[in-house]
Design a protein around this ligand. Structure first.
Ligand code: SF4
Ligand code: ZN
Ligand code: ZN
Length: 336
């Protein structure tokens, strides 16, 4: 995406470092950074992602996407007037998790963003690789459900208005198309810029909804953000999604603006998707009272298999304590 050129920036006299096809702009470093930040600000306004006095919990893995999101949210928090708290989950995946945690801790410290780290091993007695080998489940689906559970509990205990996720256009569109092809239309309703808080599930917002992966990569690089370069050893981009990605990037090249137009059309029709093929309403887990699709939530089922007993309630109590300590600290700093 970055180019060496003698072409001038569309806004100043500097040489441009990139061209934004869909906006018909050449941009220098400074104006590119501003362009992305403004875009995220506009995304907030367009989709009502958050307002004054909101408490937003940003889930930060340490990769380029979530690190860039956190950095931009930090800048916007003053303009928009929301409170920002970062959340990192240490999954205990060897070196990868160690580096990720360090990156997030250092970044939050240097920016003065309050951070909560939830350590899977401390909370349950097992790290992700141990859970994978005990359950024989595909790592990413296991990891996904654990993260969703822990993030939701933390968001509830912190009384957050929303959880911010670092998904961008190129994460979301292939997933939307895949769900469309499979006619999992209700799933699409969860992939828009925002879901509302409902039945104990804290709402999600996606501030990078209209930003592409290339743009985030260039932003992280130009803004000199520290992020984890290593990939999680379990990560594997799956067949169909990869093919769709190639297809949409081709379409974008030939028809600049295709991706954003797609994302906006989906967002416009999100209410319709919510009502087609609707799943049964969420229940409450009998053991830990968390929102669940069945009598017992997946987290309790998984931990029962791994630890010999369901750990939902225990883990919730631990997170509640961490959250309370954190809120006390916040009050303390704001009154002294
Ligand atoms: Fe978890 Fe899979 Fe992501 Fe690794 S790649 S952090 S296992 S979801
Ligand atoms: Zn410029
Ligand atoms: Zn449960």
């Amino acid at each position: 995406l970055m180019v060496e050129t003698k072409i001038k920036c569309s806004f100043c006299n500097e040489n441009a470092v990139t061209r934004i096809g869909y906006a018909k702009l050449w941009l220098c470093k400074e104006h590119f950074i501003q362009f992305i930040e403004k875009k995220v600000f506009n995304t907030f306004k367009r989709y009502g992602l958050g307002g004054k006095n909101w408490r937003i919990l940003a889930a930060v893995s340490g990769g380029k996407d979530s690190v860039s999101m956190l950095y931009i949210l930090h800048k916007l928090s003053k303009d928009i007037g929301f409170e920002l708290i970062a959340l990192h989950i240490d999954l205990g995946i060897g070196e990868y998790s160690k580096i990720s945690r360090e990156v997030v801790e250092n970044l939050c410290k240097s920016l003065g963003i309050p951070l909560i780290v939830l350590d899977l091993k401390e909370l349950t007695g097992f790290n992700l690789p141990e859970m994978v080998s005990k359950t024989k489940r595909p790592p990413c689906s296991l990891c996904g459900l654990i993260k969703r559970y822990l993030i939701n509990v933390a968001a509830q205990e912190l009384k957050a208005n929303a959880v911010a996720l670092g998904h961008h256009l190129d994460d979301l569109i292939p997933y939307i198309i895949k769900n469309f092809v499979l006619q999992n239309l209700f799933e699409i309703s969860k992939l828009g810029p925002k879901t509302d808080t409902l039945n104990g599930l804290v709402g999600r917002i996606r501030p990078l909804y209209e930003v592409s992966e290339d743009e985030i990569m260039l932003y992280a690089y130009l803004a000199k953000l520290p992020f984890v370069q290593n990939e999680c050893p379990y990560s594997a981009r799956k067949g169909l999604e990869k093919t769709i990605r190639e297809f949409i990037n081709n379409a974008e090249k030939r028809h600049p603006g295709f991706k954003i137009a797609f994302a906006r059309s989906i967002a416009k029709n999100i209410e319709i998707y919510k009502n087609i093929g609707k799943e049964e309403p969420l229940k409450q887990c009998k053991i830990c009272q968390s929102p669940s699709n069945s009598e017992i939530c997946s987290f309790c089922k998984i931990t029962a298999k791994v630890a010999g007993k369901p750990l939902g309630s225990e883990v919730k109590t631990k997170i509640a304590k961490i959250a309370q300590l954190h809120l006390l600290n916040l009050n303390h700093t704001s009154t002294t």
